[in-house]
Design a protein around this ligand. Structure first.
Ligand code: TRP
Length: 463
């Protein structure tokens, strides 16, 4: 039977045809998945949550979560996707059927689709701030600002729903248009250019902060592990962020895995992606913290951290105006490649389930996340009195996704792979020659990952 989108007369036929095709090579998969993983989570969110949770101890827990939970789970997602070659909800159902298990496991896929829509709606608001700063730096508006003025500028933006609404609308339109025209070719080209450029720029910025006076202080803040007692809330935030930054728990990596060539090593690819992602987060922090300390401001400043400290730094650097422009441009592009992956599972799911075209699916979902995002941005101004479960709408979206939905769907995937899927399938797909390495992975996915997620979760409910 022809696939539904092949019948739709969609002008973007070549994309429809490649929806279940493969990336040109293993490296294209690595680039695309890194493009998904590296985004606002690394450059904007990581530095500010490290600040809010007190530095070194948080970073240590975070790194352990990446290694013991994130990497094995990412391998699991790629494995399911590549074997089933379908969108996540159906991929999990197919694998369950093949292994003689209940198809109800696909609930993990549904949770992922929902999480994707919710994350996208606030992701788009923050990406909107990036676009605003991109325009401001291209107009030379970010010069001669002290720290105070930079803070004032950011607060003015938050208080202005119209401007934020405009940027949010633009961002949703850009991402949905790329998705409407398909993800494989566009993304491939874009990430090949964006990722190396982002890296190079971070190195340049790092060169600037290394030579400044506050680098050691920033380094100690990030890596001195004895610094503080860690709360369970911080542990949950670290775990949640490990999921968020690696794009786990909603099937984004599973969809990308479903385009991966059969004969390539999953474990090597996943380790490369996780390493690159972690490197970018640490580099971004080592750029931002020296500036925070130099200006005597508070590392726990929250979501505004990047938007207040960096413009000040660019202003003081030789050639800083150009670098600032490039920086915000690249962050915007990194946000786009991540946002695409947030929506792809939902887009593919609607196509498969409703039999509608890719274009229709994108328009429907675009309208939905546009509305949700509008509520999120209004929670900074018009709706700032609205408090649900002790949180603003924006904070609630962040909490429900990163701290609840992603870990929960992660635990389901880990349990499914570890306890329900046939072991021979796992061996075949992973093709790890070293028996001990396979056993280590199996141990992590069966016991360590579910237990770690469960403990942190339960502790958090009790406190
Ligand atoms: N990983 C991205 C970031 O760090 C965000 C993201 C993209 C994501 N796709 C995802 C988060 C899927 C969770 C699930 O900015």
């Amino acid at each position: 039977m022809p696939l539904p989108w092949a019948r739709s007369g969609n002008p973007c036929m070549s994309i429809a045809e490649t929806l279940h095709g493969t990336w040109a090579s293993r490296w294209v998969f690595i680039f695309a998945a890194t493009g998904s993983a590296v985004g606002l989570g690394n450059i904007w969110k990581f530095p500010y949550i490290v600040g809010q949770h007190g530095g070194g101890a948080f970073v240590l827990v975070y790194l352990s979560c990446i290694l013991a939970v994130g990497v094995p789970l990412m391998m699991a997602e790629v494995l399911i996707g590549r074997r089933a070659r379908r969108s996540p909800v159906n991929a999990v159902a197919t694998m369950a059927r093949e292994s003689g298990r209940s198809e109800h496991w696909q609930i993990a896929g549904f949770m992922g689709v929902l999480a994707g829509l919710l994350i996208f709606s606030f992701y788009s608001v923050v990406a909107g701030w990036v676009l605003e700063y991109l325009l401001a730096s291209s107009r030379g508006e970010l010069i001669n600002m002290g720290y105070q003025q930079a803070g004032e500028r950011f607060r003015t933006l938050l208080a202005d729903p119209r401007t934020m609404f405009g940027w949010h609308t633009l961002f949703v339109t850009i991402v949905m248009s790329i998705l409407a025209c398909g993800v494989v070719h566009g993304l491939e080209r874009a990430t090949r250019l964006i990722m190396p450029a982002l890296f190079a720029l971070l190195v340049v910025l790092l060169g600037y902060t290394v030579t400044g006076g506050y680098f050691t202080q920033a380094w100690n803040f990030l890596f001195s592990f004895e610094s503080r007692q860690l709360s369970w809330e911080a542990a949950l935030a670290a775990l949640g962020h490990a999921f968020f930054t690696l794009s786990l728990g909603l099937g984004a990596i599973m969809v990308y895995g479903s385009y991966m060539p059969k004969k390539s090593s999953i474990s090597g690819a996943v380790l490369t992606i996780a390493a690159l992602d972690t490197l970018v987060a640490l580099m971004a922090s080592l750029v931002i913290y020296p500036i925070v300390f130099a200006s005597g401001s508070d590392p726990a400043a929250g979501p505004g951290l990047m938007f207040i400290t960096l413009p000040v730094a660019f202003d003081q650097m030789p050639g800083g105006q150009v670098i600032g422009l490039l920086f915000f441009g690249l962050v915007a592009l990194a946000a786009i490649t991540s946002a695409i992956s947030l929506m792809e599972p939902a887009v593919a799911f609607l196509i498969e389930h409703l039999g509608i075209s890719r274009l229709q699916s994108c328009m429907l979902l675009g309208a939905l996340v546009w509305l949700l995002g509008t509520a999120a941005l209004a929670s900074f101004n018009v709706l700032n009195g609205v408090v649900l479960f002790d949180r603003s709408i924006y904070n609630l979206l962040d909490f429900v996704t990163a701290s609840i939905l992603l870990p929960l769907s992660g635990i389901l995937v880990a349990l499914f792979i570890g306890w329900r899927m046939k072991r021979t399938y796992l061996r075949e797909e992973l093709a790890i020659r070293n028996v001990w390495l396979f056993r280590l992975w199996y141990l992590l996915i069966r016991f360590v990952a579910p237990a770690a997620i469960a403990v942190v979760f339960v502790q958090n409910l009790r406190h």
